[in-house]
Design a protein around this ligand. Sequence first.
Ligand code: SF4
Ligand code: SF4
Length: 379
Amino acid sequence: MTEPKQIPLEEQVKKLALDEGAALVGICSADSIKDKDFSDANFMLPGAQSIVSIAIPMNDEVVKKYLSKKDYLGLCHEEGHMTKALLRIGDKIKELLEGKGFQAFRCNINFNYRNINTTSKAIIPAIKELISLIDKKKDPNSELSQKEAKTLDRLKKMIFSGFKRSPMRLVPNFSHRCAAVAAGLGRVGWSGNVITEKYGARVLFGSILTDAKLTPDKPLEKNPCINCKLCEKSCQGGLFAKDETETIKIADVEETIAKRNNYGYCIAICSGMAGQNKFKNWSTWSPFRLDDVDRLPLDDSITEYVQNMYVKALEKGGKEAENVLRLIENSFLGRNHKPAEDFRPTCGCCQLVCGPDIKNKKESYNLLVNSGSTDKVPY
Ligand code: SF4
Ligand code: SF4
């Protein structure tokens, strides 16, 4: 009697991922991307040998409605549910690997940083108290007690000085992008986002680390980025330096991409604190404009500018302060365990305009630049 044929573990993992709803799946070795601090899998799973990379695409119509400012919450919910789906599929793969006697670790999807420690997290209740006292002080129908006024002064000193030191670069616990490139799901495009052959940049990635030595896939031979630079033109913040390039290397694949300016440009816009450089007549989904945001500075003084923006927004109270709180909660506590409906991106345009083909990219870009400003559409 012949022995039943054993299905290789790699195939079992990939079949499970696809059966559970992943659109793309691949495997890379941990060694191939361990050269960077943010993609060394040993940080999260000592002894990691392989990474399973998975991806889910966004719904095209939902993205277009977001870009054209016809519907905001549709994309918020879409990203929330995609995150939950990636976590669920990742847990299934982890279970399968553990069932075979291997160690496995399912990474969180987003907003999961190495340089945010427990002390930083403890600041959140203090920020909540500060906002409630600022709102009370501004309310003509209430008055702060002496004790509350003292607390307000103390919290302002403590929290504002903290914001004036906040870093502009957060280091992820594990880079899904590096794993996706090494595992052959896509290549890094002009914007620095990973571009897939079938969906462009409109995907979210997840990663599962394991000490199983799995046969790796190869990176894509051809980069699906067509250098249209519509991603660069979609950025209100100016993260991408015009006409300057930088070279990066992931798993021995070299890419020439747009040089990054200070990350403060993205934080100013993507955080919802600005949402618009006034020389453009359209905005992101930012819920407000700080009165004095006209043009963002064009040099590294953007760092100080952004640190001051946090303080100004908190001082204003109301929705500006709530926006800062949401940003800090997301960055410090992560979004992975929040309800799917609670996701609130305000930009992401460099990723979202990059649809599956050039026709879609051009159409998406036109929708965005003709979408007006959130000052003029119901938010
Ligand atoms: S928008 Fe164009 S240039 Fe930018 S990453 Fe996508 S394909 Fe590349
Ligand atoms: S997310 Fe928005 S602000 Fe940030 S780089 Fe992309 S387009 Fe620019």
